[in-house]
Design a protein around this ligand. Sequence first.
Ligand code: R5P
Length: 318
Amino acid sequence: MEEAKHIRVYSGCAHPQLSQQIAEYLGIELGRVHITHFPDGEIFVQFEENVRRADVFLIQPTCNPPNDNIMELLIMIDAARRASAARITAVLPYFGYARQDRKDRPRVPITAKLVANLLTVAGADRVLTVDLHAQQIQGFFDIPVDHLYARPVMVPYLKSLIGDNGVVVAPDSGSAKMAMVYGDMLEAGLAVVTKRRINATTVASSHLVGDVKDRICVITDDLTSTAGTLCAAAKILKANGATRIYAAVSHCLLNDVGKAKLLATPEIEQLVTTDAVPVPDTLDGKIKVIGIAPLLGEAIRRIHDGKSISSLFYIDKH
Ligand code: R5P
């Protein structure tokens, strides 16, 4: 690999606002790239400036529509590689298709691995992402993965909500580790709800492990889509005496069904999230969005400068 000289940051079409904020954080202009569709729907990409020997960062959360956003990112990587970029980092503030990360039934795919393969074969040299659905997905890549966490940007606001009477709640067993770390950072208790998924849009929460009576709860998860997981957990918490309930997810992928369900669930006072994916509707304050551009911008700066990013895993108390 040639030594990378200058930094260049480009945005795909998934979340230009976030890319713009990252570029502002870095004190540079977003790079010029032309992205359009042919009449048959195929994607065309052309970098409109020289990227030879550049350290290229391509920003694209693979949120809805995931197939278009992934394909666009792959084509951008291919174009940058063929234009002799020295190093290409795929920046996925949200890594989609990650929930299919194991073969838990016969004849099903592992899409998280498939997407990892696609990014690598297209020519990505590194990946920068935030709150993968499961940490182990890092191992699906044989290129370096820098994995950031949204919690350092979420915790100060969450602490202002729960004070010293908080319990962090995992809404299913898969999110228990995340809840534990949030619990440590928030100096709060821990509870776990068991979940059974009936189908893609319906979940049932059945048991609560932990004490939430007269406590303020924060349900933490990597993402929400139909809000089924959060709302089912909230109902159990209320039934067990929680006084106030908030939810915090890194990636807010709410569809119309999810928005309606969230609005129809008064047990959840507010859903706190980041702008790692676009959140066009805050539902009159029911959703609180916290900006993640400084975290991503700082990580990009450090990757470019060859510096450690591990201090970004903690809260800056200064
Ligand atoms: C599942 O393992 C994830 O961490 C989320 O809990 C889940 O995908 C949320 O989906 P929904 O909002 O549709 O219940």
